[in-house]
Design a protein around this ligand. Structure first.
Ligand code: GLY
Length: 354
């Protein structure tokens, strides 16, 4: 049974595309559709999307290389070039079929094309379904720093179809699970209890239980972005685990053994919980340990991580800022840790989670 959330002027539908997307499209009058995929979603998700939506074959599809590495100005240029070749007009609809990279970058290309055309998010990963596709943050990485160039613009709609999760490799599934943990800690104590007491990861677990977990996780994100769409205050709480996590992710990105976004956020949640003396520290470590591989952070990387943390968008007047869940659901604490504390927290992660 589909479930619909309203977030400002757009809806987020959780359920089969056959009953959500098709009905919505009939109420609209778009001149063209332009689908953006990457190599993975082109292969694994586009056939499902076509079968469920019965869109005609002539609908134009872009295929870009997969991965965070391609969330760049060069890729945007390739997309804009194709939009130009396709003569995409202002009444067109851009359909972002993919994970966080496609949603953020495809949305950015749409939001800037001819000063903005409508776009919808069809998230195909757990991370995108529960987090990235909701809330209108769009953009790309620049000079190795994540999400440095971008805008806020809401999609015309979001359609989350859990069937896409069946195609997700286990590691990607776990990557998204970090955001589910984050949402539980931010705003849903019941979900947090559930994550501690039930075995819930793994695409083979895609059951009604998972549908409930998706719904609960999306509800937390929707409530936060409703209250603070432009991140003037509370929305920064969604960055819990990400201040250190993003820096760790960027640091590993250029190595032979890159870390997924969720693995990095898992490291970040342990470190930031330790820095903030979070009451649930032991429980956080236990849940992270049971779902994520231990990825020790070499001490040689600490200076680079600290430098990258200076690029974080939450910082004010050169001070590193991080956000932690407060005592009550949907409340927040802001900390300004110094370099020594951050390095100690990484050492704590290295020891505690092994
Ligand atoms: N993913 C963090 C946010 O949407 O604000």
């Amino acid at each position: 049974m589909p479930h619909t959330f309203q977030s400002g002027d757009y809806s987020i539908s959780l359920g089969d595309l056959r009953s959500t997307f098709k009905a919505w499209l009939h109420t609209r009058d778009y001149s063209q559709l332009y689908i953006i995929t990457d190599e993975n979603t082109h292969r694994a998700c586009l056939p499902v999307f076509r079968e469920k939506t019965e869109l005609p074959d002539w609908v134009k599809v872009a295929k870009i290389p997969a991965g965070e590495h391609f969330k760049s100005l060069d890729t945007c240029q390739a997309i804009w070039q194709q939009m130009l070749d396709t003569q995409l007009d202002r009444k067109a609809l851009v359909v972002n079929l993919g994970g966080g990279v496609i949603g953020d970058m495809g949305g950015f290309c749409a939001a800037t094309w001819k000063r903005g055309v409508d776009f919808i998010q069809i998230p195909t990963t757990l991370l995108a379904m529960t987090d990235a596709a909701i809330g209108g943050k769009l953009g790309i990485d620049f000079q190795g720093v994540k999400n440095t160039i971008g805008v806020f613009k809401n999609p015309a709609a979001v359609f989350a179809d859990p069937d896409f999760l069946k195609t997700l490799p286990e590691r990607e599934w776990r990557s998204g699970f970090a955001e589910v943990i984050k949402h539980a800690l931010i705003g849903d104590p019941e979900l947090w209890q559930r994550l501690q007491s039930e075995a819930v990861t793994g695409s083979h677990h895609l059951t009604d239980k998972w549908y409930d977990i998706l719904r609960a996780s999306i509800a937390v994100k929707v409530r936060v972005v409703q209250e603070d769409p432009l991140e003037k205050g509370l929305r920064a709480i969604l960055n819990f685990g990400h201040t250190i996590g993003h820096a760790v992710e960027s640091c590993f990105l250029e190595t032979d053994n890159p870390i997924t976004h969720g693995e990095a956020v898992a490291v970040g949640m342990v470190c930031e919980s330790w820095i903030g003396n979070l009451g649930k520290l032991e429980e956080v470590i236990a849940v992270i340990k049971s779902h994520f591989p231990h990825r020790p952070v070499p001490e040689s990387a600490f200076p680079g991580i600290w430098n990258l943390m200076h690029q974080d968008k939450k910082n004010v007047a050169g001070k590193v800022r991080m956000t932690l869940p407060g005592a009550e659901p949907f409340s927040m604490r802001i900390l300004e840790p110094d370099r020594q504390v951050v390095e100690q927290s990484l050492l704590f992660y290295n020891e505690s989670s092994s």
